[in-house]
Design a protein around this ligand. Structure first.
Ligand code: FAD
Length: 547
């Protein structure tokens, strides 16, 4: 059978015949129940963020047929995940775990190897197993989203007591985001640093717990409060990898700081970036600037209105600077170029102390403007930042994806120190390569504690192959050029994983070889998420899978 694009269905992974694949899936139905195994034989549907597909990337940068699942399975327990990996080893079928599959900009729900069987953990394994108000911790399964935990805190009357740190979009999975080392915007924004203890199904079917959960008995008592346990700290190898399937995770929650106050400053010129970073660094490292704050370029501020580019500009090529500034005049950014969105926490007298220092420092940039929040309309992007930095999930951020028709995006996300020359170098590199490819440049610097991620979102029309080709070319060039200057990506899209892994090649690729040794030891048949983060098991290596 074929679907409407003349694609043979289901998509069968390489190395197994169609008949055997279907026979294997029938066997799996016997173990999980027929309703928990879905063959991907339907036309691909993109849906939207809250109703996203689990068979492919709804924002695909390649042809959507490239990274597509052969089937999707829905385990209901750790024991069922074990059954699935044992089954995959018996049949040598690649499997690809997702928690919820909203990894948009980095591959969505797509598997790296076409025809893999996607393990959609989140649909049935979605319990909040514990919330501990004394310790400010929780224990969750893969299907618990930031919204889900926030709602549950509300139901238990705990929202005033403790906060959930959330990324820009709240519909993702706490586990999925954390194992991909995603970020949020309160002082608890480094999610990986804030997790504590995992339960993991290894690719051969053994189940381990890390940290205090590994105690023979009673581990639950300290699971969420001490991440290390005893012996080697193994959690790291289960983040951005393909060494195991995380089925439970402890997470720390932030105590309500007793008050909070968002602030916004704008700065007039692109050239202010360097001096501004020199001001931000000491303030951030000493936590006068307390949260993972954002310095955004005016182009993204306009796009965050949700209006398409065509509303502002009907010409070809990148949107001219004077049109950007004309449009920005209607927003709180006004005629300026940079907007800093921050949050101050604590009781009013503590906030007043910190805000006075920030104000004095930021005002060293000539022309700096503090925007009075009472003048900012309710629907403005500022209020989305306010919600997110105070533990309330949101989806306003999705709006800039409308910049292009059939809007999709892919991210360039290099790490650098919080220093003027580094920020300026990366900014100029990105701007030059965007201009070369005729793509609008939308940089946002997300300032961590001692480093920052520059996040540049390339927005493209997912139905326009030529535009997709340009977007990918632009991204690949930026990754290479940045790496040559000593800047590496903190995370990347499925399509770029081999390229990015290749930039971490010190000492003749020693780290990559180490990862391959781990992969071959833990996953001798290479069934788990082949290719994720550039790690291929020996069954795949050297056979042309890398891209
Ligand atoms: P999933 O898609 O479930 O997981 C991500 C990947 O991790 C999977 O592909 C899989 O390879 C692996 N994985 C997942 N679960 C497991 C498991 N249990 N065991 C082993 N491996 C697993 N991200 C941020 O971090 N911060 C942001 O501020 C942010 N802003 C965004 C703004 C926009 C407009 C968009 C569109 C995206 C943004 N993202 C951001 C990216 C993305 O939406 C989030 O990171 C999201 O939380 C990831 O999706 P998910 O949580 O459903 O994870």
């Amino acid at each position: 059978p074929v679907n409407q694009r003349n694609r043979e269905v289901p998509v069968v992974p390489q190395g197994i015949s169609r008949d055997d694949f279907l026979k294997a899936l029938e066997e799996l139905k016997g173990e999980l129940g027929g309703e928990n195994v879905e063959v991907n034989d339907q036309p691909l549907r993109d849906g939207w963020y809250m109703e996203h597909p689990n068979t492919h990337d709804m924002m695909t940068i390649l042809d959507e047929e490239e990274f597509v699942a052969g089937a999707v399975v829905f385990p209901g327990s750790t024991e069922e995940v074990v059954k699935i990996v044992k089954w995959a080893n018996r049949w040598l079928i690649p499997v690809f775990p997702i928690s919820m599959g909203r990894n948009l900009g980095y591959g969505g729900a797509a598997p790296r190897v076409r025809g893999s069987v996607t393990i959609d953990l989140g649909k049935r394994m979605n319990k909040i197993l514990d919330i501990n108000p004394q310790d400010y911790t929780c224990l969750v399964e893969p299907g618990v989203s930031f919204y889900g935990l926030y709602d549950e805190l509300g139901k238990r009357g705990l929202r005033d007591h403790m906060w959930v740190d959330t990324p820009d979009l709240g519909g993702g999975s706490i586990i999925g985001n954390t194992v991909d080392r995603g970020v949020g915007y309160t002082p608890y924004g480094d999610h990986w640093a804030c997790h504590s203890g995992l339960e993991v199904v290894l690719p051969t079917g053994e189940v381990i717990r890390t940290g205090m959960g590994a105690l023979t008995q009673g581990g639950e008592n300290t699971w969420g409060v001490f991440p290390y346990g005893f012996g080697p700290y193994s959690d790291g190898i289960f983040s951005q990898s393909n060494f195991g399937i995380v089925t439970k995770m402890g997470m720390t929650l932030m105590p309500n700081p007793g008050g909070h106050e968002s602030f916004m400053y704008t700065f007039p010129n692109e050239e202010d970036l360097g001096p501004l970073m020199e001001i931000i660094r000491p303030l951030r490292i000493s936590t006068i600037l307390e949260n993972v704050a954002q310095l955004r370029h005016v182009t993204q501020a306009i796009a965050a209105s949700g209006l398409p580019k065509s509303k502002f500009y009907s010409g070809t090529g990148t949107i001219p600077a004077d049109i950007i500034h004309q449009a920005a005049a209607q927003t709180p950014v006004g005629d300026h170029t940079w907007a800093y969105y921050g949050m101050c926490y604590g009781h009013p007298h503590i906030r007043a102390y910190k805000l006075a220092i920030i104000d004095a420092e930021f005002n060293k940039i000539p022309g700096c403007r503090k925007i009075n929040p009472s003048t900012i309309p309710e629907d403005e992007y500022f209020w989305s930042r306010d919600r997110i930095a105070s533990g309330t999930p949101d989806i306003h951020e999705l709006r800039w994806v409308n910049w292009a028709p059939n809007g999709a995006h892919i991210a360039f996300s290099p790490v650098s120190p919080i220093r003027g020359p580094d920020a300026t170098k990366l900014f100029q590199l990105g701007k030059r390569i965007h201009e070369q490819y005729g793509i609008d440049f939308m940089p946002a610097f997300c300032v961590g504690l001692r480093e920052m991620h520059l996040i540049v979102e390339i927005v493209f029309d997912r139905d326009d192959p030529e535009e997709k080709k340009r977007a990918l070319g632009c991204l690949r060039d930026m990754v290479d050029e940045a790496a040559k200057k000593g800047y590496g990506e903190y995370r990347t899209h499925l399509v770029l994983m081999d390229q990015v892994a290749g930039t971490y090649a010190w000492n003749d690729g020693a780290l990559g070889k180490f990862n391959e040794r781990l992969k071959d030891a833990l996953d001798p048949n290479g069934i788990l998420a082949p290719g994720r983060c550039g790690i291929w098991g020996k069954r795949y290596r050297g056979r042309g899978w890398e891209m």
